[in-house]
Ligand binder design. Structure first.
Ligand code: ADP
Length: 475
């Protein structure tokens, strides 16, 4: 169903689309599949609601978000099952996603109350200078399938907290998760029109959102290619944009590191969500003298990961989302083998009875080189190459030699080196001896072509605010 102006609706054309479980291929639902007209109606509803919503006191806006968070928590198990059946991640990871999703609602409920302005010292005694913060206005949000609930709240919560209204378009493969989040917002009594949900083809809905002069802000998470197109399409109406795009994360291990911890870190940061996150490790760099040992240890742990239907409690790796993802993974592995990579484990699809989805074995490729596709392209799957290096300066240059700049990881027990790496890595997120740096109170976003703006943290809400500078002459 679509959610426009506080009502659950079908598409005007009556069209529907099927949603399938990527682990089994089974149909798990049907959703309304709308187009241009409903998107225009959603924008209209958000525009009308904005005139009232921007005047609602911050404390009240905050209360709606807290209510929605508490409703989501009550339904946590059912919501986690929706995520797993719709996009395949293990149920344990889906439960963690619910915590993050509600975490964003709660974080921004708090931040809503702390949108401070400034007073500015004037250069004349008869003037009073101030800076006010005001909501940007109607916001279009486009979300991906890999975190189908937490990406929705990471955008909707700061928008609502700031006093904006929203039209959200989720990824076509994960509309049910978005619907579940909107059910919670509806149950929390959010006034009509403040949050609207449209589901349908990106090529049809996207241009309506980007070309509309009423939409003042576009927030997007997805591939760099689509992000660039959306920035171009938003240029004519000069929208404020935030873009959370692709990444190509280096994971650097110095010989002085605790290798056990580094290996576990690499497992966590590579195979979470089956390698389908923008901060997943893409290149492991290990200091040469420990590279073979690290490779053996990593392959032993990776090959022990349990593959299966995410609904089984012991599953650690689910399916890939669709056949494009599966083909890309296979192409990267084939290419690496042709270019003299050595497969330490995996390297082929995984087959088992009852699993009709696209499963692939966790794969570690040793002796990787920069000619390989995997060295520069985002794989988005359970495959990781190991490169070796001799010294710090060399690895800094190699790690930074990419057009991406989202997340980077470094393992070392030398404090000075850790601090030097922190300063030298050209990435928006750096984990030093930490494979799981992301948290709601930290700013998430990338350098270079990995994006514009930050989500979460104290900067997250600023993306939805304008500054109004006021000069008052008192005499
Ligand atoms: P992924 O490769 O992770 O699927 P995409 O960038 O293709 O990433 O998709 C992320 C989101 O962007 C999805 O909601 C998708 O439907 C949407 N999207 C893709 N192409 C367009 C487009 N041309 N205009 C607007 N949204 C788009």
């Amino acid at each position: 169903m679509l959610y426009i102006n506080g009502e659950w609706r079908k598409a005007r054309s009556g069209k529907e689309a099927e949603v399938r479980n990527p682990a089994t291929g089974e149909r798990i639902g049907r959703v309304a599949w709308c187009g241009k007209q409903e998107t225009e109606e959603a924008i209209q509803s958000a525009d009308t609601a904005f005139q009232k919503w921007k005047r609602v006191p911050a404390g009240k806006r905050s209360a709606y978000l807290l209510k929605a968070a508490s409703i989501m928590k009550e339904k946590a198990e059912e919501l986690a099952e929706t995520i797993t059946t719709e996009m395949g991640k293990p149920i344990s990871e889906a439960r963690r996603e619910i915590q993050t999703a509600t975490g964003y609602l709660e974080w921004f409920a708090e931040e809503a109350k702390r949108v401070y302005g400034d007073t500015v010292p004037a250069s004349q005694n008869d003037k009073q200078l101030m800076v006010l913060k005001e909501p940007v206005g109607v916001t279009a949000a486009i979300t991906p399938w890999n975190f189908p609930m937490s990406m929705v709240t990471r955008k909707i919560a700061p928008a609502i907290a700031a006093g904006c209204t929203v039209v959200l378009k989720p990824a076509p493969v994960t509309p049910l998760s978005a619907i579940r989040v909107f059910e919670c917002l509806h149950e929390a009594g959010l006034p009509k029109g403040v949050a609207n949900l449209v589901i349908g083809p990106a090529e049809e809905i996207g241009p309506v959102l980007t070309k509309s002069p009423v939409v003042r802000k576009l927030t997007f998470t997805g591939s760099t290619a689509v992000g660039k197109k959306l920035i171009r399409d938003s240029a004519d109406t000069v929208k404020k944009v935030s873009m959370e795009l692709g990444g190509h994360a280096p994971f650097i291990v110095f010989a002085d590191a605790d290798l056990e911890r580094a290996v576990q870190g690499a497992i966590d940061a590579k195979f979470v969500n089956n390698g389908q996150t923008c901060i997943c490790v893409n290149r492991i760099y290990v200091e040469e003298k420990v590279a073979d040992e690290f490779g053996r240890m990593l392959a032993a742990k990776a090959s022990a990961l349990k593959i299966g239907n995410g609904l089984n409690e012991d599953t650690e790796l689910g399916p890939l989302i669709h056949h494009f993802a599966f083909e890309k993974v296979q192409a990267h592995v084939r290419d690496a083998i042709e270019k003299n990579g050595v497969i330490l484990c995996g390297g082929k699809p995984y087959k088992a009875e009852g699993l009709e989805g696209f499963f692939y074995e966790p794969t570690v490729i040793h002796h990787a080189n920069e000619e390989m596709k995997i060295a520069t392209e985002e794989t988005f799957g359970p495959v990781v190459p190991i490169f070796s290096f001799q010294d710090e300066q060399e690895v800094i240059e190699k790690a930074n030699r990419t057009r991406y700049g989202l997340a980077a990881y470094c393992y070392t027990n030398d404090l000075g080196r850790g601090l030097r790496m922190m300063n030298e890595l050209e990435y928006g997120i750096v984990g030093i001896n930490d494979a799981a740096p992301v948290t709601v109170q930290g700013p998430f976003g990338g350098y270079k072509e990995s994006g514009i703006g930050r989500e979460g943290g104290k900067s997250g809400i600023l993306e939805y605010l304008e500054e109004k500078y006021v000069s008052i002459r008192m005499m």
